[in-house]
Design a protein around this ligand. Structure first.
Ligand code: ARG
Length: 587
């Protein structure tokens, strides 16, 4: 695959320095891209090299800058500054190179082959059936989707997997509660709300009548033993829950390659426990059960666990309870093994909240001890908070995601109410803008930080928001429409004419696009793309305010500027699409 302008430049810069220091390892010559406001386009710090050569980095940089020349490269100038060697592009050459890149990759500009012949499994969203799809599951869904897009664009084969929580003792409680107090009609009418009510009721009743915990346990045991009645009710709960989730995924435009519930792994669990014991990774542990619960501990009061304190993890991983039942972690290990065998992935990426850090540390270590040959990474993230502080999942109040999504669409509708659009168009735009706003607020934040939901900011047309960027996109589209522009290839282009400072700025940003995608991928940080797009959109607005496009002095200049903003159009659309956000044609 051809190389992008910036990679070509990077290699040239390194080669220039290698000429000056033939004995230095090229990996020590790390190239940086200074912020666009700075004149230098590329920069290589010499501190490490200077140390190795026992020289002063400032002097060294001066010397190198003085004796190097730019012949045959994309640079016009090499300077030294405080121990850095700075490289400045020859505008004519870089403009041509960037335009060539765009013309040859066209609507794929920014793709790469980093992931060629590699598979990654991305485990994300993964809500629990019979429980609300809360705003807490929004982040994993949105982040996971963006990571899938980014990895795919970099050439990976991506398996998007939804590891639905459909197993565990809570289903014993639910079945009991349903048989006791539930009815079919309520559940059919509003499944998740009705099931949640049953769940809450169970816990309330259990406070005064703790015996029902035993009843629930019996039902779960029956479920584990594939009892017909228990299975039927559970399957029904699962069915109605998945239907609700489907509705939300449709609104969000989220798709999976595989939706596999935890229950899928049930038949593998005994095998995992035996394997862990045989390999001496796990051990039996005797316990003394509380008297009143004696009947639940038939397994000679022994449980199976994996001790991990030798690896800096104090809490052991519990693999099998003393009543013989499995746990979330047992199913996790089975899933790791299954994924390894089925996909032979280069990596499995878990997009799951920070509260499960310990769980994944334990499971990844256990998987390694079991000899499973698969790299696993936990990509965790902060919470979502409401700006008015009213609704917080931590306080136990549930915010139904669907309500939030509908509110976003409604608010977007109000904003565009007066626009010159048909009703049908308004409907479409409100969806794109409302859902875009929600995804963007989530993705523009460093994922380890909490996200604050502030409707006004999220939907603002002049702040760091999806609607702002989407609006810029429609503006670009409208210029292209006015000019009847239909593709740069047919025009006589002179990119070397684009030397106004706004043009230089935007071309430089265009050259960064493939690198930004790379960075987002390497660090699992979609916010790098979001932040880039916001700056990029602002950069376009400056160009739009100060440079005539349609009324450029000459035909050549006009064509070249149109081609430039066609690249802007592409970058915004592609960048937003990588984040899972659509771009409206008008708004
Ligand atoms: N269902 C879990 C929850 O909602 C998340 C599952 C994440 N994926 C996994 N492989 N553990 O908390």
């Amino acid at each position: 695959m051809e190389k992008y302008a910036l990679s070509v430049a990077q290699e040239q810069a390194q080669e220039i320095l290698i000429k000056a220091f033939p004995d230095i390892d090229i990996n020590k010559l790390q190239v940086f891209y200074p912020p666009v406001e700075i004149e230098a386009d590329l920069s290589i710090p010499l501190f490490g090299v200077a140390k190795e050569l026992k020289q002063n980095p400032m002097k060294l940089a001066e010397e190198v800058a003085n004796k190097s020349d730019c012949a045959g490269t994309l640079f016009s100038k090499i300077t030294a500054e405080k121990g850095y060697v700075n490289f400045v592009f020859d505008r004519e050459k870089i403009n041509k190179q960037v335009f060539n890149d765009y013309l040859s990759f066209a609507e794929e500009y920014g793709v790469s082959e980093i992931g060629k012949d590699k598979t990654v499994v991305i485990d994300y969203s993964s809500p629990n059936i019979a429980k609300p799809f809360s705003i807490g599951h929004l982040r994993t869904t949105v982040l996971g989707q963006a990571l899938c897009n980014i990895f795919r664009f970099a050439g990976y084969k991506v398996i998007a997997e939804n590891h639905i929580g459909d197993w565990g003792t809570q289903f014993g409680k639910l079945i009991y509660a349903y048989k006791q107090w539930g009815n079919k009609e309520d559940i059919e009418a509003s499944p998740i709300k009705a099931l949640l009510e049953l769940y809450v009721r169970f816990h309330k009743e259990a406070e005064s009548t703790p015996e029902i915990e035993n009843e629930a346990r019996k039902w779960f045991k029956k479920l584990e033993e594939k009892d017909e009645e228990a299975t039927k009710v559970w399957e029904w709960f699962k069915d109605v829950s998945l239907k609700e989730f489907e509705r939300i995924y449709k609104i969000l435009g989220v798709k999976f390659d595989d939706i596999i519930g935890e229950s899928f792994y049930n038949d593998m669990l005994k095998g995992i426990v035996t394997e862990a014991l045989d390999k001496k990774v796990a051990e039996w542990e005797e316990i003394t059960p509380p008297e009143q619960l004696e009947e639940n501990f038939p397994q000679k009061n022994k449980l199976v666990l994996i001790k991990l304190d030798n690896y800096g993890i104090r809490q052991p991983l519990l693999l099998q309870k003393s009543d013989g039942t499995s746990l979330y972690a047992t199913r996790e290990l089975a899933a790791i093994k299954h994924r390894m065998e089925k996909w032979n992935p280069e990596r499995v990426i878990y997009v799951v909240g920070a509260e499960q850090k310990l769980h994944f540390q334990q499971c990844f270590k256990a998987s390694e001890l079991l000899g499973y040959n698969v790299k696993c990474v936990h990509i965790w993230f902060g919470l979502i908070r409401m700006a008015d502080g009213k609704m917080s999942t931590r306080e136990g109040r549930v915010i139904f995601l669907e309500d939030v999504l509908n509110e976003a669409i409604q608010r977007a509708k109000d904003i565009i109410a007066e626009r010159d659009l048909t009703e049908q168009e308004k409907e479409t735009v409100a969806r794109i803008v409302g859902i875009g706003a929600i995804k963007y607020v989530d993705l523009s934040q460093d994922r380890v930080k909490d996200v604050v939901f502030d409707w006004n900011k999220m939907l603002s047309l002049d702040g760091d928001s999806a609607p702002y960027i989407q609006y810029v996109y429609t503006r670009v589209k409208s210029i292209l429409r006015k000019a009847d522009f239909d593709g740069a290839t047919k025009l006589n282009l002179k990119p070397e004419l684009l030397v106004e400072k706004e043009e230089v700025d935007i071309i430089k940003r265009i050259s960064h696009f493939p690198e930004v995608i790379n960075q987002a991928l390497e660090n699992y940080e979609p916010h790098r793309i979001a932040n880039y797009l916001f700056d990029f959109a602002q950069s376009f607005n400056r160009l739009y305010a100060n440079v005539s496009i349609l009324k450029a002095e000459t035909e050549e200049l006009r064509n070249s500027r149109l081609a430039l903003i066609d690249i802007v159009r592409y970058i915004i659309k592609r960048g937003l699409a990588l984040l899972g956000i659509d771009s409206p044609e008008k708004m």
